[in-house]
Design a protein around this ligand. Structure first.
Ligand SMILES: [Zn+2]
Length: 251
């Protein structure tokens, strides 16, 4: 499988992002992450532990990190390798590594179906939620994402139909380089994250995991929701939009 393009969490970050994520202690024992060439990066090991707690053996025990000058970071679930934008790594190393590693774990759990266009909103939504959680920014990120998603909902720009065409909803990296930011929607990641927050708040982590496991077999949001929650996608969509409608917009 070719490297999958993804955007780092940078797009969904606001002014609240801080340098505190750099202060992870280095216990010098585990080496889940290592640079290509072998240099261990133990400061990121808690990311692996947290992903393993949720994804189990779908989370690989080792991930290789390569640095790139490209704007977008990329990941390969097959080789458990991430190519990290050096620029973004410099700005927020912890968040970028967590975001990429979450993609790898989810791709392995879902037999790569998380990479399908129609499921990318879940993939990017979860990677955004997880990376902010690890960086200690979950509450801030949740409030931030829900504000943006709620505003999009009020302009009729949130639905399963819309988000399942991720290339159209967010942008298409096959056609546009990441440097041309006008070709990418800055709200899309927040809308994806809002679905994940809604799901976790409404049904819990175990149900979310079951939903993810059902994605490849059913090949559709509807099938995976029906099998994991016993609810039709139209009903879950109604609940999600109601969750967004209940958000009080800040001025
Ligand atoms: Zn991503």
């Amino acid at each position: 499988m070719a490297f999958v393009i993804l955007i780092s969490a940078v797009i969904s970050l606001g002014a609240a992002d801080a340098a505190s994520e750099n202060e992870t202690p280095d216990n010098g024992k585990q080496t889940c992450f290592a640079e290509k060439g072998g240099k261990p990066l133990p400061r990121f090991d808690q990311i692996c532990q947290k992903l393993h707690d949720f994804f189990g053996s779908s989370m690989p025990t080792h991930i290789t990190i390569e640095f790139t000058d490209a704007y977008f970071s990329r990941f390969s679930p097959d080789t458990s390798t991430v190519k990290i934008s050096a620029r973004h790594y410099q700005q927020k190393p912890f968040k970028v590594i967590a975001h990429e590693a979450a993609h790898i774990a989810m791709a392995r759990l879902t037999q790569s179906s998380s990479l399908w266009n129609k499921f990318r909103f879940i993939d990017e939504g979860y990677a955004s939620v997880f990376s902010n959680d690890v960086a200690g920014k979950r509450e801030w990120h949740k409030a931030y994402s829900l504000q943006i998603a709620a505003r999009e909902h009020r302009t009729q720009n949130v639905s399963f139909l819309l988000v399942q065409d991720w290339r159209r909803y967010w942008g298409d990296t096959r056609m546009h380089s990441g440097r041309d930011r006008s070709k990418f929607s800055d709200y899309a990641y927040s809308v994806g994250a809002s679905f994940v927050y809604f799901f976790l708040d409404s049904f819990g982590e175990n149900a979310f995991l079951k939903f993810l496991k059902n994605l490849p077999g059913h090949g559709s949001i509807h099938g995976a929701l029906t099998n994991s929650l016993g609810l039709a996608s139209t009903e879950v969509e109604r609940l999600w939009l109601g969750y967004l409608a209940a958000v009080t917009l800040e001025k």
